[in-house]
Design a protein around this ligand. Sequence first.
Ligand SMILES: *[C@@H]1O[C@H](CO)[C@@H](O)[C@H](O)[C@H]1NC(C)=O
Ligand SMILES: *[C@@H]1O[C@H](CO)[C@@H](O)[C@H](O)[C@H]1NC(C)=O
Ligand SMILES: *[C@@H]1O[C@H](CO)[C@@H](O)[C@H](O)[C@H]1NC(C)=O
Ligand SMILES: *[C@@H]1O[C@H](CO)[C@@H](O)[C@H](O)[C@H]1NC(C)=O
Ligand SMILES: *[C@@H]1O[C@H](CO)[C@@H](O)[C@H](O)[C@H]1NC(C)=O
Length: 473
Amino acid sequence: MLQQTKPPYLDTMYCSFSNSLSLLLLLLILPLSSSIPSVSNSNAHHSTNTINMVPSEAETLFTIMESMSSDQTWRVSFPKPCQPGQTWPGIECKLGADNHLHVSRLDFGNHPNPSCKRTATFPSEISALPHLQSVFFFNCFTHTKTSFSVSRASNASSLQQLSLRSNPALVGPIPPQISSLKSLEILTLSQNRLTGKIPPEVFSLSSLVHLDLSYNMLTGTIPVQLGSLRNLQGLDLSYNMLTGSIPNSIGELVLLQKVDFSSNLLSGGIPEGIHQLSLLNFLALSNNKLHGQFPKGLEKLQSLQYLILDGNPMNITLPLELGKLVKLQELRLADSGYSGTIPESFSQLKNLSTLSLQNNRLTGEIPLGFGSLSHIYHLNLSRNMLGGVVPFNPSFLSRLGRNLDLSGNPGLCLSPSEAHILKIGVNVCGTNGNGSAILPLKNSQASSGLSKPFFLLTPALCVLGLHQILFLV
Ligand SMILES: *[C@@H]1O[C@H](CO)[C@@H](O)[C@H](O)[C@H]1NC(C)=O
Ligand SMILES: *[C@@H]1O[C@H](CO)[C@@H](O)[C@H](O)[C@H]1NC(C)=O
Ligand SMILES: *[C@@H]1O[C@H](CO)[C@@H](O)[C@H](O)[C@H]1NC(C)=O
Ligand SMILES: *[C@@H]1O[C@H](CO)[C@@H](O)[C@H](O)[C@H]1NC(C)=O
Ligand SMILES: *[C@@H]1O[C@H](CO)[C@@H](O)[C@H](O)[C@H]1NC(C)=O
């Protein structure tokens, strides 16, 4: 099997080895070299006798293992943790320029990687592994309270990805010393119990591409230093207790594609600067205390596909400009005190699949064009003050089915020709849901109902109808 999979350079190397010990070592390296590209031909050309771990690094690794996991007696079962054929799951090693094997990746908590013991605490020793590039601790610190620490000696750290996720016993603040992890590109501290303010030092990590501090108990404001993370593409601070306003400096992060600040206590308006984020495709600010006008230049957010703003006391009319964000797939503006009519411009959002406008104070009619939103499958307009005839044809109504909610709009009614379709929380025009009284069909929107015998009713009922028309308009 080995013979079949041997890489082309093996023959060359084989010739240069004079004793069988070297050959044995070479064969041991082989499985490693196939999974880790960095073990290159030129490195392996040097004497293989030196390919080993630096003893102090191995010792650091054992210390970390012993503090984290009791799956094995690691020292005994894996005395040479980086050695090909002996590596434990959850570890990756790379051959360094010094011709030693170095730990490059640690991954705990996620099967098949080592599980963490109840008494696992955060191993600050990871800062002392200078070749470590990625660390994943998932569902690791669950019982013994421990805090996230970074030693000052980590200046030379090559850590690019640090992911501490779903650790209910990881408490305390984010240490300011985190700024020494200068190579960090991905920092995920989601779903822990971190408290305190976000240290401004986080924003000195200028290589950061993704920053996720979501689902903690962080307080204080979002530091204005945020604007210095010029490489940032994803920013998630959702589900914390952050206060104050969103810094306008967010507009300087021109590579941002995803921003999630939802479920905090943020106040003030949506910052003006945000219109510069032309690559932004996901913006969630829902369940905060944001209010007031939308920023000018909103229509410049031409990459936006998801705009999630529900649950803010906006108390304004809906901006027409939203209708220019033609890539929108999801637009959520529920529970936000919006008043006035639904702009007809929203009908231009041809890619819209979800529109949530429920529980506002919207008046007027449902825009005619909504009936031709061909991608829509979830439309919630419930609990507003909308009126008139529902402008949807039978195929639209049956396509949305239960995902259409028009309830709680006493002034809305459904053309009799569509009445058989389903319950969408709206009476049929011409009845009060009881079959006893007659309400009108109204204007051209109800054209499909025009031929119905309904219009041949007595003059008295027509008077009632006229009153209803006046009431609705
Ligand atoms: C780390 O870097 C900082 C600033 O670059 C320097 O002041 C400090 O002495 C360095 N620490 C170590 C342990 O090298
Ligand atoms: C928004 O309107 C609601 C209902 O009228 C009111 O209770 C609330 O105080 C208003 N909020 C703001 C921020 O204006
Ligand atoms: C709408 O979505 C389709 C497929 O998801 C995509 O190909 C098309 O470019 C989108 N249209 C706009 C205007 O973004
Ligand atoms: C529409 O919104 C209301 C209020 O939030 C909610 O109770 C209802 O389930 C929603 N309807 C649909 C179809 O999603
Ligand atoms: C149905 O009709 C009865 C009497 O005809 C009336 O008392 C009742 O309020 C009506 N129900 C509704 C939902 O309008």
